[in-house]
Design a protein around this ligand. Sequence first.
Ligand SMILES: [Zn+2]
Length: 418
Amino acid sequence: MADLDPRTLGERAERMILALGAISAEPRRLTRQFLSPEHRRAADLVGTWMKAAGLDVTEDALGTVRGHWASAGEAAGRNTGKRLLIGSHIDTVIDAGFYDGNLGVVAGILAAEHFAKAGKRLPFALDVLAFGDEEGVRFPATLNSSRAVSGEFREAALDLKDADGVTLREAILRYGKDPADIPAAAFSPDEVAGYVELHIEQGPVLENRNQPLGVVTAIAGQSYLSVELMGEAGHAGTVPMMMRRDALAGAAEIVLQAERMARDSRGEVVATVGVVTISAPATNVIAGHVVLIIDIRSGSDPARHDFVDRLKSAIRTVADRRHLGLQVTQTRNVATTPCTAAIQDGFAAAIAATGGEPLRLASGAGHDATAMARLCPVGMMFVRCRGGVSHNPAEYASPGDMGLAVAALIRFIEGFKA
Ligand SMILES: [Zn+2]
């Protein structure tokens, strides 16, 4: 059996992460967009690693690299049996860190290699998947790669355009693939036993609890509320304070109300206002029209829906008291993706076997696992990242933690029941 020493695995993971991180569209920062020349180079490197690990390598119509380790039955020419899919993504945001997505792909290759190098056949096949469209930076959509694999790809997505006016259809053709082959990328539910993804936490919980690894319970559902406030623009020097209908002051109250309510939920709900748009802003004009967008997330759909209802009524109270016109629109409502209990328990046992405390936590960020949940049972394991920082060049996971993560993933696979 190949080496299960976390230290060696961690050092190898780091070397691979650094090699992938060097493949960028820009000289001094990491930017790797879906179906770009850099995506091609990263996919080639991943394919080379998969081959060297002893996997059979293919690519689908959206450029997802797939490394296959046949099941015992398949290798003996009998029934193919089911597959366990292990994946994450190799596209990045602009000026990205090295670990987001890439670590999950690297870990999947190292884990599959553990079995392939030893010639160890399992009752199920392993498929390591390197997706290319998780971040949604190039086209105004995300998860097209994992949607294609889960059979949920939407034909209309082919007409989406990037900033240069290139459609997804054209980008696929330029990448040397054929959109007509997208349906063939899909697995059928009866051939897949599960999808697992290892990912940096992108938050500070594991670091605060001094644990290298965690079991993900659910990927948070998400609502966006677009709140439009109509007041009355006026001269900042002449309209008396008591006679104003200041849309921005109302917006400020709403921002603080959302923050207060989320704090009171004790970690169950998070709410953020990252966009406030003032129409015709000027120093000496009372804001007459403001739009803000509230991003609301929770690992529990009932908690999120309840929060949205209560927040809407609080917003109405503020608008009424300030005599502001109000329009509230829910522009996004994505359900929570629960992680399958048996996979959570498998990861918990694997983490315990590597000496960790299997902390359970929800993921506030979306992942390829969200799309894969439409196909099969899913689960995720989080790896501690320094300061909880992600989508930033300062993103960092230590070789020690990465080695434990790969070792735990191998233990998980050994204990997996297809
Ligand atoms: Zn990611």
